[in-house]
Design a protein around this ligand. Structure first.
Ligand code: NDP
Ligand code: ZN
Length: 352
């Protein structure tokens, strides 16, 4: 089969590989909708998770089941499915402890395009099909559902990690597709003032549509100063980090009230340390929590998030700025994600 792969750090290309084998609990799928992720960019061009040779890229997909193992109960060939980016081993001890995204070791629930071949191929393998796949609801556009693989659950997980409560003042740092879903998630959870930090005009527009009450441009001055001015020196209750770099944590701690929580879902591609400012962290006693996490993945989450599309509580169509057709276009979409033109939020490739 044909697939788009990471050939080594900084290099991608098309390769031929065998169709993956289907274990008793697994499924083999063909893609219907695929999206590249900023994480693919960190992985290939920053070498963030180390060297990988001829590893198929991609972890965001809606697909059609073509084969299932003999123990799979709820899926059969021909079913259209949402495939989460994170596909844990549900019988692992880590999953039993509530951290299924780390089943098998830290970040090991993130298998596609990390520990095994990803979805940018004519066929891809899904472990634990009953635990990880979700049926695509009737009438839902596969491209819009493809945003449920990673963008929605990651943005929402940032909101969960920051533990946003009704009436909280919330900052979302970074309003690419992940941050935009954090804005939408914080609004659904009842944030009052919702400050979105970014600069691309179409992201700014989308942030307002998803519920941001204010937009802060990090290119026009220090974001701590801007947030402090808007909150009359008080700071905010929660910060969700979905963009920036290792220095962003310093800013987040500074803009947080005592008792506040930072939820990070940004994938830190470079830098050895994050710095916590001593004084603003209350000299170690400020009750300012920092939580960072990989999104949890799995079937139940996909089904619940899909129900938000069915009921129109969430509209992911605003994320999709570029649509392509045919597997070959995945390369173009990936390079768009790398170059981040100003009009890009998220590209999706449809495969008939
Ligand atoms: P984008 O690159 O599209 O968005 C990043 C956002 O951060 C943009 O709004 C950008 O602003 C903003 N930004 C950049 N630099 C700064 C800065 N110095 N200060 C403040 N804001 C800044 O990324 P995505 O939305 O696609 O992904 C966000 C992150 O989430 C990535 O690192 C990705 O790898 C990670 N991720 C994590 C997952 C997880 O499970 N934890 C899963 C999926 C993704 P501008 O408007 O100027 O572009
Ligand atoms: Zn992703």
């Amino acid at each position: 089969m044909r697939a788009l792969a990471m050939l080594g750090i900084g290099k991608t290309g098309w390769i031929e590989k065998d169709v993956p084998a289907c274990g008793p609990m697994d499924a083999i799928c063909r893609p219907i909708a695929l999206a590249p992720c900023t994480s693919d960019i960190h992985t290939v061009w920053e070498g963030a998770i180390g060297e990988r040779k001829d590893m198929i890229l991609g972890h965001e997909a809606v697909g059609e089941v073509v084969e299932v193992g003999e123990l799979v109960k709820d899926f059969k060939p021909g079913d259209r499915v949402i495939v989460p980016a994170i596909t844990p081993d549900w019988n692992s001890l880590e999953a039993q402890a509530g951290y299924q995204m780390h089943s098998g070791g830290m970040l090991a629930g993130w298998k596609f395009s990390n520990f095994k071949d990803g979805v940018f191929a004519e066929r891809f393998h899904v472990n634990d099909a009953d635990g990880n796949l979700a049926h695509l609801p009737e009438g839902i556009d596969p491209a819009e559902a493809c945003m449920l693989s990673d963008m929605v659950p990651t943005g929402f997980h940032g909101v969960e990690l920051a533990n946003v409560q009704f009436g909280d003042k919330v900052v979302v740092i970074g309003i690419g597709p992940v941050g935009l879903m954090a804005v939408a998630g914080a609004a659904l959870r009842g944030a009052s003032y919702l400050y979105a930090v970014g600069s691309r005009p179409n992201c700014v527009m989308a942030a307002k549509e998803y519920g941001a009450t204010d937009v802060i441009n990090y290119r026009e001055g220090d974001i701590v100063d801007q947030i402090m001015e808007k909150t009359h020196g008080e700071g905010v209750d929660r910060v969700v980090i979905a963009g920036g770099d290792v220095n962003t944590f310093t800013q987040a701690v500074k803009m947080l009230k005592p008792g506040g929580v930072i939820g990070n879902v940004n994938y830190l591609g470079k830098g050895d340390f994050i710095q916590i400012p001593r004084v603003e962290w209350g000299c170690g006693m400020g009750h300012k929590m920092i939580a960072g996490g990989l999104m949890p993945g799995g079937r139940l989450r996909m089904e619940k998030l899909a129900s938000l599309l069915v009921t129109r509580r969430l509209d992911t169509s605003k994320l999709i700025t570029h649509r392509f057709e045919g597997l070959d276009a995945v390369e173009k979409a990936l390079l768009l994600m790398k170059d981040k033109p100003r009009d890009l939020i998220k590209p999706v490739v449809i495969i008939k």
